[in-house]
Design a protein around this ligand. Sequence first.
Ligand code: SF4
Length: 911
Amino acid sequence: MMRIAETRMETKATCPYCGVGCGVLIGHDGARITGVRGDPEHPANFGRLCTKGSTLHLSAGPDTRLLHPEYRSARGEARRRVGWEQAIEIAARRFAAVIAEHGPDAVAFYVSGQLLTEDYYVFNKAMKGLIGSNNIDTNSRLCMSSAVAAYKQTLGADAPPCAYEDFDHADVILIAGANPAYAHPVAFGRIEAARARRPQMKLIVVDPRRTDSAAAADLHLAILPGTDIWLFNAMLHVMVEEGLVDEAWVAAHTEGFEALRAHVRTVSPGRAAEVCGVAAEDIVTAARWWGRAPAALSLWCQGLNQSVQGTHNGTALIALSLATGRIGRPGCGPFSLTGQPNAMGGREVGGLANLLSAHRDLANPAHRAEVARLWGVDSVPAEPGLTAVELFRAAREGRVKAIWIACTNPAQSMPDQALVREALAACDFVVLQEAFRSTDTAPFADLMLPAATWGEKDGTVTNSERRISRVRPAVPAPGEARPDWRIACDFARALAPRIGKPQAARMFDYAGPQAIFAEHAASTIGRDLDIGGLDYGLLEAAGPQQWPFPAGAALADAAARARLFADGRFPTPSGRARFVVPAVAPGAAEVDARHPLHLTSGRLRDQWHGMSRSGKVARLHGHAGEPRIELHAGDLAAHGLADGELVRVTSRRGELVLPVAASADLRRGQAFVAMHWGRRVLNSAGVNLLFADDFDPFSKQPGLKHAAVRIERVALPWRMLLVRAERPGRSAAEEAEALSPWLERFAYASLSLAGRDTPAVVMRVAHDEPIPGDWLIALDALLGLDGDTVLRYEDPHRGVGKRMLIEDDRLVGLRLAGETAAAQWLIDAVVGQREALALRRWLLAPLAKPPLSAPAKGRVVCSCLGVGEADIAAGIAGGDRLEALQGRLGCGTACGSCVPEIRRMIAAAAA
Ligand code: SF4
């Protein structure tokens, strides 16, 4: 820890959001987190952070946190506060009872890629080493398991071979199924910086949408969803035909190429073009750029992984690297971008239903014996456990009766939400170990255990480039929250004697996370990810290190460890990498007359997963505040819809109501919904209720990216808007939390935050009948809009009722029911702290335009500086380019996450 001034200190940690794994310096006074900045010494980001990372300190308050254990003994009861000792005793007693009656496979852990490696390690050991089941799976199953399976099928091990510095050496970068400008902004910033230094570098982006990443590309292949294998096979076809395959390298270091060669000969660019919906010439161009480049690098993420053919999406992409010998050299290789911050750490400790510690194979008796010996147990079970979808299916069928969920939110993030909710309701006992008290999964929990979170935790994480970083606590966890590893160990020690294994309690007698890491490191010795040479002392003294780092490894050799397989030897029985002929021949997704639109999902730039953390930060709502489904303007017109109208979106699995928005990013026949909006901010479970739970046969990863849907206008004439600025003792996030249970009463409703210095909650409602009077009374009371000083307007004949709360000449709260024409300028007035006296006579009027000259800022593009789309567009219209805009407005000068969008706006204006 560095002491900056008498009361201000900085502690090194990492960002808890994406798998780039940026280093952060947490500013604090020992009790409260007061700021955050990028760690200039961290090799992932060298000081840079994106919008999410740079606002972490704003998410760190105790509001919305779970502060003490809670328990209910019967469904339907409210949970009541209990002590930790009692909570652990209850958990152990109820798990032991299920195990005694139904066996160890009747219980399960469902954990998270956001846990630290040490947390993951003890959960895995508790399930496989103590309970005697492999029923531990994780939300990483929804994230990276297809990449894992693809690496193992081709390279022989779950070993991403590249490093971020490869961006600086690549002549071609092919990004497929990823939008790093939004999902991995600091990595994309490094790519853009490398292109600026070497303008001859080519960027190819494969994505059905014209994302900011795609807009920045030299070649955008806007394929139809689900046709990636066709594209990659056709590219290989061109390389085979044009002699761009490195035949000597393939002969020396691989096997299975002839079978794939024969297969791709049938996949011509013309044939693939028809399936993929792109020009054959563009496929040829992409293949030639790749095949002729001295160094070619591919990046991929959920667009390939979250597919029912996710594994072979990956193997088809990896084949491009192997066929051209572009692996193990600077600027070369297949490089999976990890979605979650520590999905990799979880894979390293084997914390999934089909893995064993340190990349050992569950099906290998010798590996199981090794792990049993390391843990000091007789055996570990051979039968693979239930993977995420299988686990919830089993729970619904009554085969899993007790489930422990840690640091994840399956009631939002899993596909087929109806099934997941039935499964959680059917379980006899649900434990939720969480930092935040009101996630979508919380209502299902019988026992809630408060967990420490970012800024409070001690351990390690591994990022996309296999780099292990120390994560240090800056402040104590609030209330009674405890570190995840400690909760897991306390539970395991309490459970051991209850299941007849009292001696096994000692397996969890760790003095702290350092001891757990040492045990994990020892378990890796001799394996491909050997970190026998790493410990906390070295990581703190020398900084983050990539694996492998065996005992005796020299820090000076870090460059040699940057990438794997430089010698052309692979961890397969033959030592050769393998080509895989795809077992599936996917065409475009299954749209039909009833469901004619391809719906895909993805991330917003400024939000993370279920928004339990990022959703607390008002400024992170400015870029895309309101939930919506995006469509091509032509499809809106064909449906007779205008921007902002409400539609019912129906798939074969479910339906939800959303506003529509025209998007120039989409082709005709396609639609897009962001993944983040769930039941806490919407009157439905969000986009995941539309997706089926079908999964890839190898990775068991569900196809969360793609569904066939239809849309229909829905007439909901009764509108309402509620706005409340945060007040002393009640943050905007807490206001939203209080309003959230109301959402489900309405035919459509959404919650978001707005503003920067004056955060406010905004609730938008549309209903099929007038909002009942008693609901309005209750909502007014909830938001403090019921006092004598509140301005009021009532027109009961028209069902119109308005409330305006003014304090210190500032509008701080309002309710518009029945007529909401003034919604936007009133929201702007609240968050802009405009003087209410000047506005007073218009506040209750049905005025769509702001009454005084207050230029609308529009959507916020630069979250750091609060610069709106309207100001940037005006600057561009006046001839400004990026540097001028940065100089005049400041946009894009802080974290830089908005720079791709500003460049795109400039290019669009020029076009
Ligand atoms: S890119 Fe952004 S979200 Fe990802 S680790 Fe870095 S700061 Fe965090």
